[in-house]
Design a protein around this ligand. Structure first.
Ligand SMILES: C[S@@+](CC[C@H](N)C(=O)[O-])C[C@H]1O[C@@H](n2cnc3c(N)ncnc32)[C@H](O)[C@@H]1O
Length: 342
């Protein structure tokens, strides 16, 4: 990925500022055209553009898609124990912040802890940096904490540009990737990126929806994944850019499969998503028209489904030490607080 080109500042309101870090991907409509011409639709394009925020918030609210909500419940349940591990005065950075609900819960607990430790001052010194590729989601996350006594600076940018994003935050940081977002990246890519950009004294906090340990044989793995991703709401979420730019729902089909792939720690499961074009059709994006033929296949992003032990193995080989981990019943979800090994 190319380096960042430009940074723009915008005062959202008093005590609240938003920065737009425009990157090589700044022309997102152009990027969508280019990808579709190559018969690709990477997942980040599901969250961008005119309706990207609405697309995600709708899926997140759907009864049939409880992934991010289950992770929120696990966070709430273990909040006090996690917060005990967070030194006073740390900044909270959350990339892929979405609507910022989990961060609000976290910040409330950090504020309480700071006040309890320093009751005489009546003040807390916490900075919060909600970061997302979707500017609307950054606004929503900022609004969610409007009445909390923390300094806020929203950032619109890509996690891949972390080395530029970090110039905007005050150290030390608690760097968060929540809502199962960790599983949408190649494990060694994301862990190396985080490791390279965290300083000594920073902490790394993330969550994951897991493959229960007893479900590692192919059949139960498939059942677990299909149970999570096979709903109509999830299909619509993945079909959104094609529908938004005018394709009819009957002109294509969404398919989700589970693949077993090799990695440095052995075989792991990963979803494989595709859109199948069922009839010759065209899409118009801005000034561009893209033609599709019956039988074309558009390849999409993926989600890894790890067991807890596989995640700990990746953390180990990528130079992280786990400080605290919390698992839900049946090892279906995990939240992990780690730091880089020096
Ligand atoms: C699965 S949602 C999780 C949202 C939220 N953290 C939660 O727990 O509900 C992923 C979020 O990451 C954002 N996102 C996707 N690709 C990104 C990227 N490359 N860099 C930063 N944010 C990204 C999306 O806009 C979306 O808000």
């Amino acid at each position: 990925m190319n380096s960042t080109e430009k940074v723009e500042f915008e005062q959202v309101s008093e005590n609240k500022e938003k920065i737009v870090v425009t990157s090589s991907k700044k022309n997102l409509e152009g990027k969508l055209c280019e990808c579709l011409k190559n018969r690709e639709l990477p997942d980040y394009l599901l969250y961008t553009g005119a309706g990207g925020a609405k697309n995600w918030l709708k899926l997140d609210g759907a009864e049939t898609f409880p992934v991010a909500r289950q992770l929120k419940v696990l966070l709430e349940k273990n909040l006090e124990s996690i917060v005990r591990f967070i030194p006073t005065g740390m900044s909270l950075v959350s990339v892929g912040v979405g609507n910022g609900e989990k961060e609000r819960i976290f910040l409330e607990a950090l504020v309480r802890k700071n006040l309890a430790e320093n009751p005489a001052s009546g003040k807390v010194s916490i900075r919060y940096y909600p970061i997302d590729i979707n500017s609307e989601l950054v606004d929503i996350a900022l609004e969610k904490v409007e009445n909390l006594p923390v300094e806020k600076k929203g950032i619109v940018g890509f996690i891949e540009d972390m080395s530029t994003l970090k110039k905007n935050w005050r150290l030390p940081v608690l760097f968060c990737i929540l809502g199962n977002t960790f599983c949408n990246y190649e494990p060694e890519f994301i862990l190396q990126l985080v490791r390279e950009n965290l300083e000594q004294g920073d902490l790394f906090f993330f969550d994951a929806n897991l493959l229960p340990s007893e479900g590692t044989e192919a059949q139960s793995a498939r059942r677990s994944v299909l149970g999570t991703y096979a709903s109509r709401e999830n299909a619509l979420f993945n079909m959104y850019p094609l529908l938004h730019y005018g394709m009819a729902p009957e002109d294509f089909d969404f398919e989700l499969l589970l693949a077993h792939v090799n990695s440095r720690i052995g075989g792991v499961y990963r979803t494989r998503k595709s859109l199948y074009i069922l009839k010759d059709t065209e899409l118009t994006i801005g000034a561009e028209t893209i033609g599709f033929r019956e039988g074309d296949v558009i390849h999409m992003g993926f989600t890894y489904k790890y067991t807890y032990d596989q995640i700990t193995a990746f953390l180990e080989i990528c130079g992280f030490e786990i400080l605290k981990a919390f698992l839900s019943e049946g090892r279906a979800n995990a939240i992990i607080l780690a730091k880089k090994r020096i």
